[in-house]
Design a protein around this ligand. Structure first.
Ligand code: ACO
Length: 332
């Protein structure tokens, strides 16, 4: 685990990006800001009222950390106009945009990112995932050519973990699309493959998960996965992907031999694609809590600029890791 994180932080440090943390009055967030700054993993902007933050956390060393208060920032009016232009067709007035930017750190942060004043944004230690995702989707939007924005978790296993030969695994989608259809599931799969390459630096071996292995069970939800697999194989013939596979067939070699003997992926998958959000969200939390894996994310896939979410149950180290990945995503 430590080796993977060390390498991740080194790569982020080399990128030297400016990353904003939206929830500047949360103790885990300020601790993460201190670590990120001391280790030079990123240049940090804390969003919040500087006086409140500094008096609330006397033990934190704030040197080198920029603190920006949306209520008094000289940039707020510029960002409000930007938000108004983006959302006026949806009925937003300039007054509403001004109020949102000055009072809501996520809208201040996403508009600052859109304007190019920061390189990435991390939020979600306090705000819900839906709040973080909605502000990102409304302001940053999908990158050109991307239909479905989705997410992944990077699961970093503890030392000696027996189910993963890669330094970390990608689980997707665990946070964005509640009930993906086949086309969305195919988009999630392709995006997760790219996350494996760019974040974990491994060649993806992708298992599309189900409660069925290779037709062992019949159900509409199994057919959705089978159709998605077909779409991926048709459009990306070189990708190492297989399905539908049960979790044990995907990651346990002896089970893979029995249930999917001809599969090139089964038994050694490093990217797990879940059939829906319930499975993905529950699945990553089981790996995190029962399997003692570190879960970094949700990392968004397919946004035009990087905004990443956190679980509200996160600790400071999770925020540091999410900020490091955000920094890497901002390097195009
Ligand atoms: N890809 C691309 N664009 C999207 C997507 C997507 N997956 N989803 C929504 N959009 C677009 C919409 O079309 C809309 O565009 P527009 O307003 O410019 O026309 C914009 O994004 C905003 O959409 P809204 O309608 O305001 O938001 P919506 O109600 O669709 O909600 C959301 C999107 C918040 C992501 C929703 O799907 C959701 O709640 N997902 C689950 C989030 C969650 O709770 N996750 C679990 C917890 S995570 C954890 O445990 C760490």
């Amino acid at each position: 685990m430590d080796k993977f994180l060390e390498k991740l932080y080194d790569r982020a440090a080399k990128a030297n990006r400016k990353i904003a943390l939206a929830e500047g009055t949360d103790h885990r967030v300020v601790k993460a800001a201190e670590i990120l700054t001391k280790k030079r993993i990123a240049r940090v902007v804390l969003i919040g009222d500087g006086e409140v933050i500094k008096s609330k956390f006397p033990d934190i060393d704030f040197s080198g950390i920029e603190i920006v208060n949306p209520a008094t920032s000289e940039k707020a009016d510029e960002y409000a106009v930007l938000l108004y232009e983006l959302r006026k067709s949806k009925g937003m007035t300039l007054e509403q945009a001004q109020s949102l930017v000055k009072s809501h750190p996520l809208y201040f942060g996403t508009t600052a990112l859109k304007a190019g004043d920061i390189d990435g944004l991390v939020g979600g230690a306090v705000y819900s995932s839906a709040d973080v995702l909605r502000s990102a989707l409304q302001v940053i939007k999908a990158a050109p050519g991307i239909k479905s924005v989705s997410s992944c978790f990077v699961l970093v296993p503890p030392d000696g973990f027996k189910y993963c030969s890669a330094p970390a695994m990608i689980f997707s989608d665990c946070a964005v699309i509640p009930e993906p259809d086949s086309a969305q599931l195919a988009d999630i799969t392709v995006a997760a493959a790219e996350s494996a390459r760019s974040i974990v630096q491994v060649e993806p071996k992708i298992a599309m998960l189900s409660f069925s292995t290779k037709g062992s069970a019949k159900h509409d939800s199994v057919c959705t996965v089978q159709r998605a697999l077909h779409l991926v194989k048709e459009n990306y013939p070189d990708l190492a992907v297989d399905g539908e596979l049960q979790l044990d067939a995907a990651i346990v070699p002896v089970v893979a031999k029995q249930k999917a003997p001809d599969s090139k992926v089964a038994g050694d998958a490093n990217v797990l694609i879940f059939p829906n959000l319930s499975a993905g969200n529950i699945g990553y939390k089981i790996a995190q809590r029962f399997g003692n894996c570190m879960a970094i994310g949700p990392i968004m896939q397919g946004l035009d600029k990087p905004v990443n979410d956190l679980s509200r149950g996160c600790v400071a180290e999770d925020i540091v890791a999410a900020a490091a990945i955000t920094a890497l995503q901002s390097v195009k």
